[in-house]
Design a protein around this ligand. Structure first.
Ligand code: CTP
Length: 217
């Protein structure tokens, strides 16, 4: 059986409004890196597109592509999507970016500072709209309330084959933490809870379910 080619995004993006300041989020990248590692263990060819993180990439990647902004991540994912079998979009992509990026550092003698923002392109929605038969797309949904209802809505809206939903904003789960607790959701109504576990364990579970659902197990 041919090797499965997995494209995974991880980490936050940074949206600069001047050379030294940016809007971002506290994503550590651990979940995406753990998925890359689990996929390598499962024998896949793995390309990792990563926002700025403080962790080491696993050995054996087909490609490691560091990016900073949502626009760079869009370009990296968009240009690689057609050549992958599975996309796992675990990056915490900024939803907004400053309309302007100042050439020089903004000085603090201004009495107040407001930064005008505009939406970024939804990368997952953009590429999954052209998904071909046999391609498998996995999204993440970070929610603080009504986790499953919002995640199911996003799965449909973004043409995903599987959604990994997690509650963020609580201590001990989500963004920065080592452990996580997710619910896996499928368009056929399938649902599975991970229980609280290490991100490595959850990543292995996600990769195993992808392989099984693709009919490649
Ligand atoms: N995503 C993306 N591009 C964006 C924003 C999000 O590809 N500009 C992807 C994320 O990587 C994730 C999924 O979309 O796989 C859901 O992201 P999330 O932040 O939970 O949802 P949003 O669609 O941004 O909705 P909201 O912020 O309103 O909850």
């Amino acid at each position: 059986m041919p090797q499965i080619r997995l494209l995974v995004s991880a980490g936050p993006t940074r949206e600069h409004f001047d050379p030294v300041r940016f809007i971002s989020n506290p994503s550590s990248g651990r979940m995406g890196y753990a998925i890359a590692t689990a996929a390598l263990r499962a024998g896949m060819s793995v390309s990792l597109v990563s926002g700025p993180v403080a962790i080491d990439a696993p050995a054996g990647l087909a490609e490691l592509l560091p990016v900073t902004s949502a626009a760079e991540m869009l370009e990296a994912i968009d240009s690689r999507f057609d050549a992958c079998d599975v996309l796992v979009m675990s990056a915490a992509v900024s939803d907004y970016r400053p309309v302007r990026r100042m050439e020089h550092k903004v000085k603090k003698d201004a009495l107040s500072l407001s930064v005008e923002m505009e939406p970024t392109v939804d990368i997952l929605r953009h590429v999954a709209a052209r998904k071909r038969p046999g391609q498998y797309v996995v999204g993440f949904a970070a929610e603080t309330q009504d986790v499953e209802a919002y995640a199911i809505g996003k799965m449909r809206a973004k043409n995903c084959d599987m959604m990994v939903a997690n509650r963020v904003g609580l201590p001990g789960s989500g963004f920065e933490s080592r452990d996580n607790s997710v619910v896996l959701l499928w368009p056929d109504g399938g649902r599975e809870e991970s229980g609280t576990a290490g991100k490595d364990e959850i990543a292995a579970m996600i990769v195993e379910r992808i392989v099984r659902r693709m009919g490649r197990a």
